[in-house]
Write a protein that binds this ligand. Structure first.
Ligand code: WT7
Length: 645
């Protein structure tokens, strides 16, 4: 068993969890009184304009209702409450690509959110329940727009700026959005980049539900103006700073966020108000030991769930200072992050293994050049972290003083699920450790039997939790099938995450990775079926199979096996160029193929199903242990193996 690292108790002052006994007693409390314990936490942590009548209604499971009939407001929780109590505290510390800083107090944030909400309602006629797509860079107006939607009960759907116009259009259409908020562009590595042209392209067809496109001017590059466009800055000054809080139902939708699954069509994951904000707030305090007086930096983009929960909603609900960073961690040099830690006195730093590997590789000694003694907690998320990256993060960045929290969770879970608690959990490199109090994580076989210690099983969550996905937008059936179709305990379907995991003799959970056809590229999910659907657009391709291949920095890279319509009709290099052009236009740069191989055929069963597991073993250079007797042509395995050598 690898070494355990005890938390450095001296750096945590009066934490929520002083030791593992505190952790165990809360776990026991949940075991004894599940609903009551959640009810108590909800009463203590959220301002209820009208108290809820029932903590958890499972009568229509898995369409559960939390904190039924309660009235609250997520923006009040994140902004107005703190503006009233400690209005001069800094809510957001914005650092631009060029290093300039803007500090926004809670009082100012309340004003800016109100003005933005008044703009959305007054100028664009946005009402509660309307969908607003945000296609935005990492700038303050993006955060104001999210919170403005929350305040008035409009449902935001953020589309990551790296997605193509086609992907943006698909998401606008699926959500039937009424408003798109975007920017001309922003800055990256000292240069302007553009977003607005992709919106113009998307709007060319099928987006008839969109009434207005609101454009924030950030880089002032020349853009085309279309009839539906108007400029944020031209309208915002005249908006009122005041907006009476309207109270929403606990179960009103807060946002949609599209993510990849095992089919070609992305899923609009829906989160609702009270349950989501409760867990976002609690995990900030529990996992990160974050307090209002701290400065917290999560390096994600707001286009992903990590940005939603741990740049915006969690930190602000907890009343802390959250860092919003426009740039990239390696510009102007690999010391940028550590310089920012020193300059802003950052207490918790949260990033992904892919970034850690890159910073390690490009700037191993950079952290030593800065005073990083303000750090108490270092977080990682998105994919398993490998031992060399962990060691560097712990010893060099954290100077063997900070806790590392390896947080396992998903778009669908809203917040952390399996993770160390910085102040109390002994940690083990590469291990997400234990389920958080209130979270019933179990590793089981599909029939519900617990998987033996040290063996891979399916990571399931066996009880509902407040920040659980409520449905897939517009597709309740797919929601049930995607998450409750695979694993059962005593015949009752339980939530299956899609991940495999192992438990060790001390009960610690190690995540082993996806068990479905989803690849994890730099901590981002991408479905193999989505990529294969795009590849079909090439006139050269008869069939393809896409798998993940281990990659030094990205964790996994995308690898495609291609069967040509006419053998020899195109070279491998030309085909790769063509396919990547298609993928860039259809999905975005995150879906680019790292490598391809042209093969005469794919390993298919007699019923025509491609056996991807065999292909996965081949790209990893592993021996083929799978049964190949069901294959239509077993010889193809040896042929492909030889081509890959
Ligand atoms: C998938 C969820 C949750 C925010 C980022 C990604 C993988 C996530 C870990 C971790 C190993 C992890 C899983 C999961 N994952 N955290 N600490 N260790 N794997 O959100 O796009 O919804 O992806 O990321 O495979 O299912 P997402």
């Amino acid at each position: 068993m690898s070494k355990m690292y005890e938390p450095n108790k001296g750096i945590f002052q009066n934490p929520v969890f002083k030791d593992m006994d505190d952790y165990k007693s809360l776990v026991k409390k949940f075991d004894d009184d599940y609903a009551d314990t959640w009810g108590e936490l909800a009463r203590d942590n959220i301002t209820w304009q009208k108290p809820f009548t029932d903590v958890l209604d499972e009568s229509k499971a898995p369409f559960n209702k939390w904190f039924k009939d309660g009235k609250m407001n997520v923006a009040y929780e994140c902004v107005d409450k703190h503006a009233k109590e400690r209005g001069d505290s800094i809510a957001i510390l914005f650092e631009a690509d060029d290093g300039t800083n803007i500090k926004i107090s809670y009082k100012q944030l309340a004003i800016n959110v109100n003005k933005t909400a008044n703009l959305f309602m007054g100028e664009y006629d946005i009402k509660k329940g309307d969908r607003v797509v945000l296609y935005m860079p990492m700038i303050l107006e993006a955060i104001y727009s999210m919170l403005a939607c929350a305040k008035i009960g409009a449902i935001h759907s953020i589309v990551f700026g790296g997605f193509s116009s086609q992907a943006l259009r698909d998401r606008i259409i699926d959500a039937k959005a009424r408003l798109v908020v975007t920017a001309d562009g922003a800055y990256r590595k000292g240069k302007p980049y553009m977003l607005k042209p992709a919106v113009d392209e998307a709007m060319k067809s099928g987006c008839e539900t969109v009434q207005n496109v609101c454009v924030v001017r950030r880089n002032f590059e020349t853009i085309q103006t279309e009839p539906k466009d108007s400029f944020y800055d031209e309208h915002i000054q005249k908006q009122s700073e005041k907006l009476e809080t309207v109270w929403h139902d606990s179960e009103d939708p807060l946002f949609l966020l599209y993510t990849s699954g095992s089919t070609g069509q992305p899923k609009g994951v829906q989160h609702n108000m009270a349950g989501y904000i409760l867990w976002a707030k609690l995990t900030m305090g529990w996992v990160f030991d974050n307090r209002p007086e701290d400065t917290f930096w999560c390096t994600a983009d707001i286009g992903w769930i990590t940005g939603h929960t741990y740049i915006v909603y969690g930190p602000l609900a907890n009343g802390t200072t959250t860092v919003v960073f426009e740039g990239v961690p390696t510009y102007p040099d690999a010391g940028r992050c550590w310089k920012m830690v020193e300059q802003h006195g950052i207490n918790q730093f949260y990033t992904a293994p892919t970034a850690i590997r890159m910073l390690h590789k490009t700037g191993q000694d950079e952290p030593k050049k800065y005073d990083t003694s303000s750090l108490r907690v270092l977080g990682t998320v998105g994919e398993p972290i490998d031992p060399p990256a962990w060691k560097w993060y712990y010893e060099v960045v954290g100077q063997s003083r900070c806790s590392i929290v390896d947080t396992w969770w998903q778009t669908e879970t809203g917040g952390h699920m399996v993770s160390p608690i910085a102040s109390c959990t002994p940690i083990k490199p590469g291990c997400a450790t234990l389920a958080l109090p209130g979270i019933s994580a179990q590793i089981i076989e599909t029939d519900g039997e617990p998987t033996p210690i040290g063996e891979k099983g399916y990571l399931c969550i066996t009880k509902p939790w407040p920040s659980q996905i409520r449905t897939i937008w517009g597709d309740d059936k797919r929601f049930v099938k995607a998450y409750f179709g695979d694993c059962k305990i005593h015949g009752k379907p339980v939530y299956f995450s899609g991940d495999g995991a192992m438990i060790d003799e001390s009960g610690y959970i190690t995540i082993t990775g996806r068990t479905d056809d989803v690849i994890n590229v730099s901590g981002h999910r991408i479905g193999t079926a989505e990529i294969e659907a795009s590849i079909k657009y090439s006139g050269h391709v008869a069939a393809s199979a896409v798998v993940g291949k281990p990659h030094e920095i990205k964790g996994e890279g995308i690898f495609a096996f291609i069967v040509l319509k006419d053998e020899g009709s195109i070279s491998k290099d030309d085909l790769k160029l063509e396919l990547n052009k298609i993928l860039k236009a259809d999905i975005g740069a995150i879906a680019l193929l790292d490598d391809i191989i042209i093969v005469p055929d794919l390993p298919k069963t007699r019923s025509g199903k491609i056996m991807r597991r065999i292909l996965r073993s081949i790209v990893k250079g592993e021996a083929i242990t799978q049964d190949t007797s069901t294959l239509e042509d077993a010889n193809i395995v040896g042929i492909i193996e030889n081509l890959c050598k």
